[in-house]
Design a protein around this ligand. Structure first.
Ligand code: GTQ
Length: 343
């Protein structure tokens, strides 16, 4: 049975002073803050960042701040629960919208957190990761795993915008976040692994000839993701088609802490996923609809991003055919042994 725990005020003032002087504190007045009953009490609140509101500010940033002065020209999506300036969208997920203009280069660096890009707008940009040039086309998912050198370039004509998802808050919390700067990388003169070794799902380079890299494929072209979702919609059991992005050698999630799931909602479809212990953010690749998050409704359109706290009760409804990518921290929670779904 639940006990009413003692408060700080019940303790004599002299005793409280003595505790502070000794550098200690009583647990019991704080017990429920750090161990609430039954489910966590997240600080995170649902967020919604429309592309219509973020894009003009990003374009203005392009006029105000040259990339040399920014290193990465990014507007961070701040969790409403943590308030303006919060460098995170949920407890573990950082999201930012990055702008690169034609001819610009974002210099090479390497850092401990991992990043994933989802390309929002434009063509002609690329990221070089560990010497591999990864083209960035709308909807593509591109990995920059922690510890891999990366720089961005742009050979096209128009602005390119992408969504960055990083496990940065986790690394900041762990006091493990740092970066090193370096020279632009030499690029191998060949297409990325999604166009060579891993062209087809179900085929991987022969294990005798080939020693797999830890991150064998770092670009997931959108056209293949969409085609696979459509095939599932045509031939599935009527459930919402969903695909997890996985490492083609191991089948594991693409990164140690963050997971990515592509979703297809048919026009008029309503779906109510289980309440999950992981936090989530949703990026709308295409389509319109609404999602109710713990009773709060977000009306979303193309290229919008929205977020949901841990254990949120969610319901998605599409007005027209819609494709979303869900960014989440299930892989981290599974590694820590507490990932959970509740109906
Ligand atoms: O593109 O390397 O949004 O290092 C934040 C930190 C993007 C990047 C971010 C970064 C990057």
């Amino acid at each position: 049975m639940s006990q009413q725990l003692g408060t700080l005020e019940e303790l004599p003032e002299a005793y409280r002073d003595a505790l502070s002087k000794a550098g200690v504190a009583p647990l019991w007045p704080m017990m429920r803050n750090v161990l609430p009953h039954d489910a966590p009490q997240p600080l995170t609140k649902p967020g919604h960042w429309t592309y219509g509101s973020v894009r003009p500010l990003l374009i203005e940033a392009g006029e105000l701040t040259p990339v040399e002065k920014a290193e990465r020209r990014v507007l961070v999506l701040c969790d409403p629960g943590r308030g303006p300036g919060a460098m995170q969208a949920t407890a573990s997920i950082y999201l930012g919208m990055q702008l690169l203009l034609p001819g610009e280069t974002a210099p090479a660096h390497v850092h401990t957190p991992s990043a994933v890009r989802i390309i929002v707008e434009g063509e002609g940009a690329f990221t070089v990761v560990d010497g591999e040039k990864l083209p960035m086309c709308e909807g593509d998912l591109v990995l920059t795993p922690g510890g891999e050198w990366h720089d961005h370039g742009h050979e096209g004509q128009d602005p390119v915008v992408w969504l960055d998802a990083l496990d940065l808050p986790l690394f900041v919390y762990l006091e493990g976040s740092y970066a090193r700067e370096g020279d632009l990388q030499a690029r191998r003169n060949r297409p990325d692994a999604s166009e060579v070794e891993y062209r087809s799902a179900g085929l991987a380079p022969s294990r005798q000839a080939h020693r797999a890299r830890r991150y064998p494929m770092m670009r997931y072209p959108w056209d293949r993701t969409e085609a696979a979702l459509r095939a599932m919609a045509d031939h599935g059991d009527g459930a919402m088609p969903e695909l997890d992005y996985v490492n083609p050698e191991t089948g594991a999630d693409v990164l140690p802490t963050m997971g990515f799931t592509a979703m297809m909602l048919a026009a008029g479809m309503t779906t109510t996923p289980p309440r999950r212990s992981c936090s989530s953010a949703f990026h709308v690749v295409r389509g319109r609809g609404r999602t109710t998050i713990d009773g709060q409704t977000v009306e979303w359109g193309p290229k919008d991003t929205f977020s949901a706290p841990v254990f949120a009760s969610l319901s998605h409804e599409a007005d027209e055919e819609a494709f979303l990518v869900r960014i989440h921290d299930r892989p981290l929670q599974e590694k820590l042994g507490y990932y959970e779904e509740r109906e």
